[in-house]
Design a protein around this ligand. Structure first.
Ligand SMILES: *Cc1c(COP(=O)(O)O)cnc(C)c1O
Length: 339
């Protein structure tokens, strides 16, 4: 029986669900792991994660499709990316097959929290790992916990779509050879001041430039960016310090193979952005959010959309969400059926 939740009015917040997956790493190996009803974590006051922020995470969603199946989207890529994060942060690898099985088991255990088709809501899945044993000298922890929590979330857009405003901040997100390309909690900790400052000044998000030259577009604090050229080419920045968004990689594929558009991943100069006709942010949470304006210390670039969203952006959004919700045939291996 589905939970008694007002699915259509859900926001993007944490709602505790019945089960979470937990596996501990000790003496050089992962235990099998199990589903638990206990939503609290008990660790040492000196745990590596608490002292030196040794933690990384992933994010994906489960949906109810048009034919009433529960599916999730490309969890294999989240497993791969978490492996890359763990390698960079000196954390143990959680094996890919175990990751996918644990995601499926956690969704199944919380199946009553997967929002019904057509509500716009989804079940957000958050795998994460952290160093759990005491660490005071700077070194990697020797014990870790891998967990997966789930929480039902509403659509990013409520009612009419509203294009957002970005500003170029006086802060950097990632060093050229730093951790920008991995999903480390530390990347978010250091983005909080910039985001609070942006909100205080009336902007929705920060658009970061490359920190070495501050001339090239990178991404925002939690989403990649795409632009549409005047001749309908989809372009996205190429950089070693951008987090490789699964949504962005999926959208580029959809643009090329479903919409027959040219796609390009290349360096994008800040000075070029005035030449594009559409701009949008992409990530699991929002899928695609249209960007209406980019402000850089008095310099403003605007994108004007007849319906609140660019024409090509809307086609990309409708095709990708159509694939996710089972209305459009998916490429092989994109959709994992849960039930
Ligand atoms: C998670 C994340 C994204 C979006 O990645 P998806 O796989 O599409 O959800 C983009 N940028 C940053 C910095 C992120 O942490």
């Amino acid at each position: 029986m589905k939970k008694d939740i007002d699915w259509k009015n859900l926001g993007f917040g944490y709602i505790q669900t019945d089960y979470r997956f937990i596996s501990n790493y000790k003496n050089g190996k992962w235990e099998n792991g199990e589903l638990s009803k206990d939503a609290t974590v008990t660790i040492s006051e000196c745990a590596g994660v608490l002292q030196y922020a040794q933690t990384c995470f992933e994010g994906l969603k489960a949906y109810t499709t048009v034919d009433n199946k529960v599916v999730c989207f490309r969890p294999d890529l989240n497993a791969d990316r978490m492996i890359q994060s763990c390698e960079r942060l000196e954390m143990p690898i959680f094996p890919k097959d175990n990751f996918i099985d644990a995601v499926k088991d956690t969704i199944k255990a919380n199946i009553d929290y997967v929002p019904p088709y057509g509500t716009g809501a989804t079940l957000y899945i958050r795998p994460y790992m952290f160093g759990s044993n005491p660490v005071i000298g700077v070194k990697p922890a020797t014990e870790y916990q891998f967990r997966i929590l789930t929480t039902p979330v509403g659509p990013y857009f409520k009612g009419t779509t509203k294009a957002i405003t970005l500003r170029v901040p006086d802060f950097d997100r990632a060093a050229p050879l730093g951790t920008g390309h991995v999903k480390a909690g530390l990347n978010y900790a250091m983005s909080l001041h910039a985001i609070v400052d942006a909100h205080n000044q009336g902007y929705d998000e920060n658009l970061y430039l490359d920190s070495a030259t501050r001339t090239k577009i990178e991404e925002t604090g939690g989403a990649n960016i795409i632009f549409i050229t005047q001749d309908n080419k989809v372009v996205t920045p190429k950089s070693k310090s951008i987090l490789p968004s699964i949504t962005r990689r999926s959208l580029m594929f959809v643009a090329e193979k479903y919409l027959n558009l040219e796609v390009e991943e290349r360096e994008i100069l800040y000075t070029e952005i005035k030449d594009f006709k559409e701009c949008a942010l992409c990530g699991t949470a929002a899928v695609l959010s249209p960007v209406g304006k980019i402000v850089n210390h008095g310099d403003e670039v605007s994108y004007n959309y007849a319906n609140g969203i660019g024409e090509i952006t809307a086609q990309l959004y409708n095709t990708l969400t159509g694939i996710q919700m089972g209305r459009i045939e998916a490429p092989d291996g994109w959709i994992y059926e849960i039930l």
